[in-house]
Design a protein around this ligand. Structure first.
Ligand code: FPP
Length: 246
């Protein structure tokens, strides 16, 4: 049986999130410039998006650019923004063909005007698609997201729109960028690094974490299937005992 056939379609993660890491190291290994790694990383983005849509995963969130990534060399930041624009222009057809709705989370106003406009254009054009929601985290930082929620809720309490006693997990969820997404079930990070890097800290409270040594430009559909099979073989207890689950 192929890896794809081993995946149980009834037990797919409702929300898969990926930290795409290792583009720079991939390029270095080949004696190429870092930006070539990012270019090749876009191929893995396409493969992964297609594979998730084919399988029936409803929500995929990709960490494409963190708030900290603005500190990278200017040329690298420019290249990443250029690749974003190029990919959006190219992939609109993939999104429409696969009925994929594009969303974005993060400080989108920080993006260069061209990238921001292109992004908003594709979001608008795909807003009625319903097979899968693809969310790009761009200029995203999870702590900043949480700080913003606290600020918004404080203002609402101050203006008597809500009471402090009414603040619960569901209210917080409704104020996060991810308000329309379920909690993350599976978080994959490529390249052998085993950390979260300020990504969806609230949303991964009960996520299964999967780390692979594969560098992002090498991450194939087969690698995704392996991660999903591994996830499906785990027992998710959500704080309960194993016996309680059966
Ligand atoms: C991490 O590799 C990757 C990024 C910071 C950017 C991810 C971007 C892409 C995959 C391409 C463009 C994306 C879209 C959605 C069009 P790294 O540079 O940190 O690698 P390193 O740790 O080996 O240096």
């Amino acid at each position: 049986m192929s890896l794809k056939e081993q995946i149980n379609k009834e037990k797919l993660p409702a929300h898969l999130a990926i930290i795409m890491d290792g583009n720079g190291r991939w390029a270095k290994q080949q004696g190429l410039m870092r930006v070539v790694g990012h270019e090749n990383g876009t191929k893995s983005v396409r493969q992964t998006v297609e594979a998730c849509a084919e399988l029936g995963i409803k929500n995929l969130t990709l960490y494409a650019f963190s708030t900290e990534n603005w500190n990278r060399p200017k040329l690298e930041v420019q290249t990443l923004m250029r690749l974003l624009v190029k990919s959006l222009k190219k992939e609109i057809k993939t999104f429409q063909d696969n009925n994929i709705k594009l969303c974005a989370i993060g400080n989108l106003n920080d993006l260069p005007k061209k990238a921001h406009q292109e992004l908003l254009g594709v979001i608008e054009k795909t807003k009625n698609n319903s097979n899968m929601t693809l969310t790009l985290a761009l200029s995203y930082g999870s702590r900043e997201e949480i700080v913003n929620v606290i600020k918004e809720l404080s203002v609402k309490v101050k203006n008597n729109i809500i009471s402090s006693e009414s603040i619960d997990e569901s209210i917080i969820n409704k104020h996060l960028y991810t308000q329309n997404l379920p909690d993350v079930d599976l978080l994959i990070r490529t390249s052998g690094e085993q950390r979260i890097s300020n990504f969806l800290l609230w949303q991964i409270a009960y996520a299964e974490l999967y780390f692979t040594d594969v560098l992002w430009p090498d991450f194939s559909k087969e690698n995704l299937y392996e991660a999903l099979i591994n996830y499906q073989n785990r027992e998710r207890r959500f704080g309960k005992t194993s016996e309680q689950l059966t």
